[in-house]
Ligand binder design. Sequence first.
Ligand code: HEM
Length: 407
Amino acid sequence: MDFDLANLPANFIENPYPHYAKLRTHSPVYNLPNGGIFLLEHQDVLRVYKDWTVFSSDKKIEFKPKFGDSLLYEHHTTSLVFNDAPLHTRVRRAIAGALSPRNTAGINSFVETLIDSLISDVERLHLNGKIIDAVDDFAKKIPITVICNLLAIPVDERGALQDWSIAILSALEPEISPQQFDLGERAVKDFKNYLNALVTRRRSNDVSSADDIMARLIRETSESAKEANLLQNELLHNCIFILNAGHETTTNLICSGIWLLSQRPDIIVKLNNEPKLWSAAIEEVLRLESPNQLGNRRSTSEFKMGQRVWPAGTSITLGIGAANRDPKVFDQPNQILLNRHNNPHLAFADGVHVCAGKAIARNQSLIALSKLFKRWPRLQIASGMQRSQRVRFRGFDKLPLDLLGTS
Ligand code: HEM
């Protein structure tokens, strides 16, 4: 079979799943033209996530030729997600603690209020004749507000954050243009300067008793912290990472949920009648339309997979979207089943790097989708939908809604 992630077949972005299915059948450990491998089976992707001693997340070798001596290089190689132990273990301990369900439990009622107010805004815009875009008028506003609140970023200083974030993440696409590189580079510089000033301001006040994530992480940098110390530069880059990791992925999850569920009015009726089924629905959206479609690792020693031995240094692309529809693990893999007893999807990865914000993401998406479909149970997608063209992050640039389902 002829397949290249750097040169995608027509209609791949629209619907990658038939391509994944074909590859999985013919060549589940697919040898890419660049010499790396693309894994499409759940068992192989899971094995790679679990065995961090062989499958490294450290991206210095890979990013050096792509980013050179740039701020993009500094940023992406200081983020916990692109590191192994010991840096990963130390930074993860600090971040996972700050993001833990216990330390973020207070957000539930805030998220409810935020979404109620966004729904009122949507209603007003709709009554004024505006075509509602699920991305700009609804989903995008949720995670950025939640994560900025968690990090105590002042409301009037949030304007540029979303653009910086998109520019930094876009630089991770397999192929980037010089313009994308420049945008990403400028975004890291501006974001870092902004956070540096914010941290200085926070330090000049007392952060010893504040319970927001920023204060908790600043405390990790203090000399009195016994373990899990963060260096100042690690603090800044990892705050950028948390802000980035949290919002585009969650925006895409909410929009994919709207897109997927609006095609199943029968399921909406069921969910509106039995709201406790919403958590199962969110897991199915995560599985079927994983916001992160691809992950990456590099082997540090030789390993056997797919009847072949691969050398140390093999670049591995993890097909999250493909693994999540693997028929060996998921019965009726392309269907939404609210009664799956076991849903071991890999949308949040697994192993030591498993998403540290998964509880926050699940919570926001559940509240957003349940309230939206409760208010507009017949909601349909209107014409003009545009998918985001990036292969790594699955979602939408535009998702116009017909709230009343009249078309
Ligand atoms: C639907 C939304 C989300 C999805 C699909 C998602 C997915 C992922 C995935 C796949 C990874 C593992 C990457 C790898 O090792 O290759 C990851 C890591 C991470 N995510 Fe999320 N994420 C989401 C939301 C969030 C949110 C809301 C936050 C923070 C508030 C967050 C924070 C993190 C952090 C800190 C890591 C790094 C963990 C580590 O390396 O130890 N994520 N996420």
